[in-house]
Write a protein that binds this ligand. Structure first.
Ligand code: ADP
Ligand code: MG
Length: 212
C-alpha cells in the first residue's frame, strides 16, 4: 500500500507536535555545542507550518512539501531553516503532482532532500550534522527496496538507521556549523540537527504504519 496524501498531511502534523514536545530537548542539545536555539527555531517553523496546513491539505504531495519548505525557509533562520527548507523543497520537486507515494517515491524524495542539504551546507558524512542521520536513513531505504521489504519494515529500518547515525555523532568533532567553532570540545555531545532528523523519520514510520 502506498502512502496517501492524507498520510503525508498526518505526518507533517505529527512532526509539528513532536517538535513542540521535544523543543526543550533539542535546545538543550544545542546549548552544549551551539547557541541553544535549535528547539525554538524548529518549533517556530513548524508552528507556522501547522497554521498553513489546513490551506494546503487538499493539494498534491509536491505542493504540500514545497509549501512546508518555503514556510521553514521564511520562519526558521539560522542554519537549520535553510537546510530543512531545502530538504522539503527538494522532496516537493520529486513528488510534484503526486497524490500518493510508493516506497520508491519516498526514497527518491528523501534522496533528493539529502542531496539538497549536502549541496547547500557542504557537510560530508562524519562532520557531525543532520547529514549523519539522513544518509544512513536513505541508504537503508535503498537497501530495503533491493530486498523487496514491505514499506512498513523499510520505514522502520530507515528510522533505526537514522538513530544509529544520530548516536554516532556523539564522539565526533564537528566540522560544520556553529559546533565546529568548539573544535575538539564538540566531541562527547549528540548533534541537535541529527536528532531532529531522526525524530522526523521516526514519526514517519510511526504515523504511516497505522494506515498502510
Ligand atoms: P544554528 O546553528 O544557526 O543555530 P540550528 O541550531 O537551528 O541553527 O541548527 C543546528 C544544526 O544544523 C546542527 O546541529 C547541524 O545538524 C545542522 N547544520 C549546521 N550546519 C550544517 C551544514 N553545513 N550542513 C548540514 N547540517 C548543518
Ligand atoms: Mg543553534
Amino acid at each position: 500500500m502506498p502512502v496517501y496524501r492524507d498520510d503525508v498531511v498526518a505526518w507533517i502534523k505529527a512532526v509539528g507536535e513532536m517538535i513542540a514536545e521535544n523543543s526543550s530537548y533539542l535546545t538543550e542539545l544545542d546549548s552544549a555545542i551551539g547557541d541553544a536555539d535549535h528547539g525554538a527555531n524548529m518549533e517556530r517553523g513548524f508552528k507556522a507550518v501547522l497554521n498553513k496546513l489546513p490551506e494546503i491539505s487538499d493539494k498534491d504531495i509536491g505542493t504540500i512539501f514545497k509549501t512546508v519548505g518555503m514556510t521553514l525557509l521564511s520562519t526558521v533562520g539560522g542554519a537549520g531553516g535553510p537546510l530543512y527548507g531545502t530538504w522539503f523543497l527538494q522532496a516537493g520537486m520529486k513528488t510534484a503532482g503526486k497524490m500518493e507515494l510508493t516506497l520508491a517515491d519516498w526514497t527518491e524524495a528523501l534522496e533528493a532532500s539529502l542531496s539538497g542539504v549536502v549541496m547547500r551546507g557542504k557537510a560530508e558524512l562524519g562532520d557531525k550534522t543532520m547529514v549523519d542521520a539522513l544518509t544512513p536513513a536513505v541508504n537503508a531505504l535503498k537497501q530495503a527496496i533491493q530486498e523487496n521489504q514491505p514499506i512498513n519494515a523499510a520505514l522502520e529500518l530507515s528510522a533505526d538507521s537514522a538513530k544509529k547515525g544520530m548516536e554516532g555523532t556523539i564522539p565526533l568533532v564537528a566540522r560544520k556549523g556553529r559546533a565546529s567553532y568548539l573544535g575538539e570540545r564538540s566531541a562527547g555531545h549528540q548533534d541537535p540537527g541529527a536528532t531532529s532528523t531522526y525524530l522526523m523519520l521516526k514519526v514517519a514510520a510511526e504515523t504511516w504504519k497505522k494506515s498502510i
